[in-house]
Design a protein around this ligand. Structure first.
Ligand code: PEP
Ligand code: MN
Length: 341
């Protein structure tokens, strides 16, 4: 349920409504927009009788939130969530680029990539230290040693770090080194992991499961938000279809749909979406045209030597060309890619 306050409602009236709700055992979510203040009411799933709050001073109307996701919904918070990453704002007018290798493989590989993507205009560095691999015999990531290298790359470049945690136990470790905790597609419905990420104290980047509907994805987001962590970004990374010429099928529709349903920032990962570097730039452009708040792109200095996802990784030179094109496209849709610092 949401309580929409009158335009003229003052701080004391808003506080009185919140006190009345919390006094009845509900938790509240305040969204103070420029136009109006909306108070979200979260109960325990049982229907809430809103009539009792209609008569409170300053209340304009009481409305149910019909969608199953509550905190993630636009009804609860009409204005966009903006997640700040070292001064760069995700979810605002800028289109933010996160780039780096699929996996951290070595000091030289990571530092070379970090400097190159920064120079090209990336605002954050990605790199997996714990890798979700289909085969247990494939490279599983460097673990904590990889996180240490990511921290070194941050110190050298100033780029904030995005890295995946695969289990609830890994979250505090990843959160100690990384600026953003990534939840991978295969983990999207690991509810214990989502809760741990919600409690990590770090912004979270939640990828869409390859078999997940948009609603399931937003319900996964709800788990993170329900732990009191509002700094959440969503990332579309392609879904499974019958098509085999690409690794996944980019669900471009999901970008405007989620922007409509939710206030959360939505990024696109054109690398896992396509699985082939030759298609990455075209799909990146499509994502920005569709309204994505950012892109997450895999870059490797020598893709043919990569220990994971080399086939979909751009060289630094190709990434620089992607940035040029995406920058022009962003401007065409009234957005901006931050200049390389
Ligand atoms: C990744 O970003 O490194 C990754 C494993 O992607 P996904 O979870 O989308 O497959
Ligand atoms: Mn990858």
């Amino acid at each position: 349920m949401i309580i929409v306050m009158e335009h003229s409602a003052g701080a004391s009236q808003i506080a009185a409504v919140i006190a009345a709700l919390e006094g009845r055992g509900y938790s509240t979510h305040l969204s103070a927009g420029e136009e109006r203040t909306v108070i979200g009411v979260i109960g325990d799933g049982r229907p809430i009788d809103g009539r009792q709050f209609e008569a409170l001073e300053g209340v304009e109307k009481v409305m149910p939130v019909l969608r199953p996701f509550k905190l993630a919904s636009r009804e609860m918070q009409p204005q966009n969530t903006v997640v700040a990453l070292n001064g760069v704002k995700v979810g605002g007018p800028q289109v933010v680029l996160i780039a780096g290798p699929c996996s951290v493989e070595s000091r030289s590989q990571l530092l070379e990539t970090a400097h190159a993507v920064k120079e090209a205009g990336a605002s954050a560095l990605r790199g997996g230290a714990f890798k979700p691999r289909t085969s247990p015999y494939s490279f599983q990531g460097m673990g904590e040693a990889g996180l240490e290298l990511l921290a070194e790359a941050r110190a050298a470049t100033g780029l904030p770090i995005v890295s995946e945690a695969m289990s609830p136990e890994q979250v505090p470790l990843v959160a100690r080194y990384a600026d953003v905790v990534q939840i991978g597609a295969r983990s999207m419905q690991n509810f214990a992991l989502l809760r741990a990420a919600g409690l990590s104290g770090r912004p979270v980047l939640l990828k869409r499961g390859m078999m997940a509907t948009i609603e399931e994805w937003l319900m996964a987001a709800e788990y993170v938000l329900a732990q009191g962590n509002p700094r959440l970004m969503l990332c579309e990374r392609g879904i499974r279809t019958f098509e085999h010429y690409t690794r996944n099928t980019t669900d471009i529709n999901a970008i405007p749909v989620v922007k409509h349903l939710s206030h959360l920032p939505v990024l696109l990962d054109p690398s896992h979406s396509t699985g082939r570097w030759t298609y990455v730039t075209a799909v990146a452009r499509a994502g920005v045209a569709a309204g994505a708040d950012g892109l997450m792109v895999e870059v490797h200095p020598r893709p043919d030597e990569a220990l994971s996802d080399g086939g979909q990784s751009l060289t630094p030179e190709r990434f620089a060309r992607l940035v040029t094109q995406v920058r022009a496209l962003a401007e065409a849709v009234g957005r901006r890619v931050p200049e390389a610092k």
